[in-house]
Write a protein that binds this ligand. Structure first.
Ligand SMILES: Nc1ncnc2c1ncn2[C@@H]1O[C@H](COP(=O)(O)OP(=O)(O)O)[C@@H](O)[C@H]1O
Ligand SMILES: [Mg+2]
Length: 257
């Protein structure tokens, strides 16, 4: 874990991120994979340039060859502050897992303070996670099949007064147990760590946490504080992603901004 951050610090100091579009730097020395181009089943709106897709394939590989004895089944994606690129990275990572044809993927919008996945995937915001957690209904019901094969999305749901409490509850634990049974990988798009406690609560329930760091923007002290807070909760920080190293706006963001 600390090694990842040494690599990160070095790359921030020297300006040598590990890639072009979105740099994954969990581990060094990766080889290029054969199939870099996203499969034709990914709709045009969700396609990214090959080099960006390559970074996400690398990230997936890094997560698979990381130090965990067990494969990561529930991955938390968070950042220090709003706007660091968490939702973009969580979505693209989910697409990368689904695109390899060997993972059933669930992407959950647990970023209650500024949920984004309903806009990215053009779904209604509710029913979604909050509705499911306050209710007693079937976990399957609010899940939405995305236009990407093997990628299912759970949107944030109706605004709810104290969402952190919902994440602490038994029903959320049950939801994750359901997700572990039904899907190969579950990705949680979370609120940023420094302004809210949500991500720290979620971190204890995930198998690993990815920290998204905005290139030329996120301060190293904010990254260190975020990491400390996660580690203090007993969470496993499995790596960091440097976002926005090169300006690239996927089509869905054009529509959104
Ligand atoms: N790789 C990127 N290139 C350009 N703009 C980006 C990129 N990633 C994210 N953005 C922009 O940054 C904004 C915040 O990204 P988002 O993923 O929603 O961050 P967060 O979830 O951390 O708040 C988005 O509205 C989008 O416009
Ligand atoms: Mg977000």
């Amino acid at each position: 874990m600390s090694k990842n951050f040494e690599v990160l610090e070095k790359s921030l100091r020297e300006g040598t991120g590990s890639g072009t579009g979105t740099g994954a730097l969990a581990h060094a020395g990766l080889t290029r994979e054969a199939a870099l181009v996203q499969p034709a089943t990914i709709p045009p709106r969700f396609r990214v340039p090959d080099d960006v897709a390559e970074e996400f394939i690398k990230l997936k590989t890094n997560l698979a060859v990381g130090r965990s004895a067990q494969p990561l089944r529930v991955i938390l994606v968070t950042g220090a502050k709003h706007g660091d690129g968490t939702s973009t990275v969580a979505s693209n990572l989910a697409i990368a897992y689904a695109a390899d044809g060997s993972h059933r993927v669930l992407l959950i919008d647990a970023a209650f303070h500024r949920p984004a996945l309903h806009r990215i995937f053009r779904f209604p915001r509710d029913p979604g996670l909050t509705d499911l957690l306050v209710g007693t209904g079937d976990f399957e019901e609010p899940l939405k099949a995305s236009p990407i094969p093997d990628l299912t999305v759970l949107t944030a749901g109706r605004p709810y007064g104290n969402p952190t409490r919902l994440l602490e509850g038994e029903r959320f634990t049950q939801l994750l147990a359901f997700a572990r049974e039904r899907f190969d990988v579950t990705i949680l798009d979370a609120s940023p760590i420094l302004p809210y406690s949500d991500a720290r609560v979620l971190a204890t329930k995930a198998d690993g946490c990815l920290l998204v760091i905005q290139a030329n923007h996120t301060q190293i002290s904010a990254v260190e504080r975020s990491k400390r807070q996660l580690v203090a909760m007993g969470a496993k920080v499995v790596g960091a992603v440097i976002s926005r190293q090169r300006h690239f706006v996927p089509e869905f963001l054009h529509e959104w901004v």
